[in-house]
Design a protein around this ligand. Structure first.
Ligand code: Z5A
Length: 207
């Protein structure tokens, strides 16, 4: 059995990850390849409960360490119950955010030590890394404006603009450190152009 490919979508608020996730999955399916779409934090019933704990705005103050451990607890569950079994069966997995988000939000946004995140990444994931990560990048104010037009803001979305600038910088650093795996698409261009760029990145994996 040929192992499935693991593709992750990353970027700040409102850059279009969710919109494009379904576009990518339909495109892959059209090529006769089984694919699942999932997200982090979340992807299993327990991990979705952890997501709720992380995003709720009305809980007690969440310490940075608690936040980081909850993110990886959800990830451990997601990998064991969804991601690894699917990849082993030859199913492709398209995931809305993964560990680059931890480097961006907990590393960049919260200033947590990168070496701590690396240790957790190695412990929880073993050798599992995405085959391709697509970073949708746009100026912070564009994404925030799109996000604000939707529902009430969650705990992350309620952060100040500077937090999101730090998140964006950390994502761009991840891109610089992992040029083979992470590819950037400008998200402040018309959706049709974003989707053309997505096809250019996905097509080589289909061969
Ligand atoms: N988090 C963390 O801290 N650490 C971790 O390790 C992980 C996550 C994995 C939940 O993520 C939170 O968890 C997240 C970080 C934290 N913080 N926040 N906030 P999430 O993925 O659920 O949350 P999100 O970033 O807020 O997702 P989002 O706001 O849903 O954004 P999106 O999925 O990238 O955008 P969208 O819903 O596809 O599009 C937004 C709107 O823009 C929508 O109306 C679209 O129609 C429109 N759109 C999309 N593309 C375009 C273009 N090209 N032009 C014009 N309009 C567009």
């Amino acid at each position: 059995m040929i192992r499935g490919k693991f593709i992750t979508l990353e970027g700040g608020e409102g850059v279009g990850k969710t919109t494009n996730l379904h576009f990518i999955s339909s495109y892959i399916q059209e090529h006769g390849i089984p694919v699942i779409v999932t997200r982090e934090p979340g992807g299993t019933p327990l991990a979705e409960k952890i997501r709720k704990l992380l995003l709720d705005n009305d809980s007690e103050a969440v310490s940075e360490t608690t936040e980081l451990l909850l993110v990886f607890a959800a990830r451990a569950q997601h990998i064991q119950h969804v991601i690894e079994p699917a990849l082993a069966q030859g199913t492709w997995v398209i995931c809305d955010r993964f560990t680059d988000a931890t480097y961006a939000y907990q590393g960049g946004g919260r200033n947590m030590r990168i070496s701590t995140i690396e240790s957790l990444e190695n412990w929880v994931q073993g050798t599992l890394r995405p085959d391709l990560t697509i970073l949708l990048d746009a100026p912070v104010e564009i994404g925030l404006e799109r996000a604000r037009q939707r529902s009430a803001l969650d705990r992350f979305e309620s952060e100040k603009t500077n937090f999101f600038e730090q998140v964006r910088r950390a994502y761009l650093l991840q891109l610089e450190l992992n040029p083979q795996r992470i590819k950037l698409i400008k998200a402040n261009q018309p959706l049709i152009d974003v989707q053309k760029a997505l096809i250019d990145l996905i097509q080589p994996l289909l061969k």
